[in-house]
Design a protein around this ligand. Structure first.
Ligand code: SF4
Length: 203
């Protein structure tokens, strides 16, 4: 995998790019980039939590909208998801990325894919090298064989992929895969960054 070439492809597609060898490097860059006066939202993402991005920003005193905080009331859950889409910074991971600089996201509620392409002051896509695939087709294969089943399992959903480990394009009422997004180029009007970190992060 030629990481330099992949990052160049993302740059060609309109993304500012940053790469990191480890978590410490990434968090140092985060702290140097986001002003304390900013607001920040987070898409549903195990990668962001594994890296400690929400916790780091909260500790800095940044105003955050994190709908994965425990014990939120239904009103706050709704408000946080809406505020994410208008935050100064919106952080999300992706389900897969391609070598030619595309991003693939699949969502259940829709707040993540909505905020990713319009609304926040800036969008930062954070993902590990484990999520890179050679094509959009292979990216969706990753969703079907890794990301979708693992996310459904983490939520203890009653979906067939929990048992088989593979997507069956289910009709379950608890299906978590409800909206697909392919970002071919950084959208007009939304400064977008790719933060690529070496290693296995999220699923
Ligand atoms: S569509 Fe259904 S079976 Fe496929 S990954 Fe999503 S929840 Fe699982």
């Amino acid at each position: 995998m030629d990481i330099r070439k992949i990052l160049n492809n993302f740059e060609q597609n309109g993304f500012a790019v940053h790469s990191f060898d480890n978590r410490e490097q990434l968090l140092d860059h985060l702290k140097a980039s986001v002003p304390v006066s900013a607001t920040a939202g987070f898409g549903g993402s195990s990668t962001l939590r594994e890296l400690g991005i929400p916790e780091t920003l909260k500790a800095m005193g940044v105003t955050t909208f994190d709908h994965w905080e425990p014990d939120l009331s239904p009103e706050d859950l709704l408000r946080y998801r809406l505020e994410q889409g208008r935050a100064d910074w919106f952080f999300t991971s992706v389900n897969a990325a391609t070598e030619n600089g595309r991003l693939v996201l699949v969502d259940g509620v829709g707040n993540r894919v909505a905020a990713a392409v319009y609304g926040p002051g800036k969008v930062v896509y954070v993902f590990g090298t484990n999520k890179i695939r050679e094509s959009v087709h292979a990216a969706f294969e990753r969703v079907k064989t890794i990301a979708g089943p693992m996310r459904a399992k983490s939520l203890n959903m009653k979906t067939p992929c929990i048992k088989t480990g593979v997507c069956e394009d289910c009709d379950s009422p608890q299906r978590i895969c409800r909206a697909k997004l392919i970002v071919d180029r950084a959208p007009f009007s939304t400064p977008s960054e790719v933060w690529l970190i070496d290693g296995n992060w999220g699923y």
